[in-house]
Design a protein. Structure first.
Length: 82
């Protein structure tokens, strides 16, 4: 499907109903065309967690066997600091 999109005076475009995601990576091709790819932004900590094979395997095992999960009990009630 092709849709004509016009650039406004400030070189902006509106994707309107064409956009189905919240964020995109825009890449300008050699011929001047623009490629928009849906993107998900992660923090460095999230990326490190996902790249850690040991943690990923442990998480997969826990998710595969939810009946084996244990509840964590606090040693004392949580208090609010104000």
């Amino acid at each position: 499907m092709s849709t004509l999109i016009q650039v406004d005076a400030r070189k902006r475009i509106s994707l309107g109903s064409l956009a189905h995601h919240e964020q995109y990576i825009a890449t300008e091709q050699a011929d001047g065309s623009l490629l928009l790819e849906p993107a998900i932004v992660l923090t460095a900590a999230e990326h490190a967690f996902l790249e850690d094979k040991t943690l990923s395997a442990a998480l997969a095992q826990v998710n595969a066997n939810p009946e084996d999960r244990r509840q964590h009990q606090r040693s004392r009630p949580a208090t609010r600091s104000e």
